[in-house]
Design a protein around this ligand. Structure first.
Ligand SMILES: [Zn+2]
Length: 326
């Protein structure tokens, strides 16, 4: 049998927010902030016992200020790709809200092009493959969110891979976004939706009904056995982010965390970082937590990698390249 170089690592990260994953050097360079690493990390990282998702989301204010020009967006992507490559990642999907990068007059398509340029440079410089997921935001107006769909089509398959919906799920549940995702589905644009992070299984059901091929987090699914079966039968992927879930109190008990049950039931569950800086995590940290506290075993690593490849928005060529690395 051929030696397996990567059998002990997770090679993909499918749920990683660009603006939650910048280095302190990048933040200083593009905001002019002069605080040292320790001081900046206090602003950029949520405490391990963060009191709520709403508070956690406050950590994105400074990073968003940093990505208001084409140059900073390109270099922001490159900054996160550099740390992901060091983390052993071979393919990553970076997501961010393009409507939050328009303060200095960029157009949406200029934002997309700058991000795509970063993915190309990342492959050249660090050998890491990547795609961009564009996030609609729950607190933005339907018109603002729809503009993403109106402008992204030509870029899908060329560096942009999908649409997402992010933001405060408890304050803005999925019901309000049916029209957005109906339009995405009609346009043939794939999407994932943050759903079931805040305890509401109904959001997962709605995401499924709207046509999501993946669910961001989805941990509330564990409360609904029939829905779990439906998600499995439809082959919908689950992007779990354990460190973040414990940090935001989305889940509070290691022994009952749904990852083990999802895998045992044959759901296509994956492990991801969510926010490398805000959650002070990496894929290696996530895997260590999973193996030490969440009943994940060494033999699960191959399944987790295969699950990630299967549900990734990468094209078939890239999927084959990644499969050949296992
Ligand atoms: Zn997320």
């Amino acid at each position: 049998m051929q030696a397996n170089t990567y059998s002990n690592n997770l090679l993909l990260d499918l749920h990683c927010h660009l603006d939650g994953s910048f280095s302190t050097n990048f933040i200083r360079q593009y905001t002019g902030d002069t605080r040292d690493d320790t001081q900046l990390k206090e602003v950029l990282s949520a405490p391990a016992d963060c009191s709520s998702l709403t508070k956690y989301l406050g950590c994105f204010d400074l990073p968003i200020k940093a990505i208001q020009t084409s140059d900073s967006i390109t270099n922001g992507v490159l900054d996160v790709l550099a740390s992901a490559a060091l983390d052993g990642i071979k393919y990553i999907e970076l997501r961010f809200a393009p409507n939050c990068s328009l303060e200095n007059g960029l157009s949406l398509t200029q934002v997309y092009e700058a991000a795509i340029e970063g993915t190309k440079l990342g492959l050249e410089k660090y050998g890491i493959h990547s795609n961009i997921i564009l996030c609609a935001m729950r607190h933005h107006s339907p018109e603002t969110n729809t503009k993403i769909l109106d402008t992204m089509y030509d870029y899908v398959g060329h560096g942009i891979c999908a649409l997402d919906l992010a933001g405060d799920e408890s304050m803005f549940p999925n019901e309000s976004f049916e029209a957005l995702f109906k339009k995405a589905k009609d346009m043939g644009i794939p999407f994932t939706i943050h759903s079931g992070e805040c305890g509401r299984a109904q959001n997962v059901r709605l995401a499924m009904e709207y046509g999501a091929t993946r669910i961001g987090h989805g941990i509330a699914l564990i409360k609904d056995i029939q829905l779990m079966e439906d998600i499995k039968n439809k082959g919908i992927g689950l992007e779990l982010c354990p460190v973040s879930n414990f940090q935001t109190k989305a889940w509070d008990e290691y022994s009952s965390y749904p990852l083990r049950t999802f895998l045992d039931k044959g759901l296509i569950a994956t492990i991801n970082t969510d926010n490398r800086t805000v959650s002070n995590t990496s894929i290696k940290t996530e895997l260590s937590l999973a193996m030490e506290k969440l009943s994940i075993r060494e033999e699960d690593i191959i399944t987790l990698n295969k699950n990630s490849i299967e549900i990734s928005f990468a094209d078939d060529n890239l999927k084959n390249t990644l499969l050949n690395m296992l």
